[in-house]
Design a protein. Sequence first.
Length: 63
Amino acid sequence: MSRPIINEDECSGCGICVDACPEGVLELVDDVAEPVNDENCTACATCMEECPMGAIEEIEEDE
């Protein structure tokens, strides 16, 4: 299972990734993107592609 990891130091809080995620995995929390529905992530990488700050990476986790 993959899930997005947000580098909070690089995230500008613009919300582009939140709007781009087709599964509603991300939300802005205290002006920083945060994965709140990891179980819905399909590892499509849209959030990473759309993030203008390059603040998102996906990690593979063992289930």
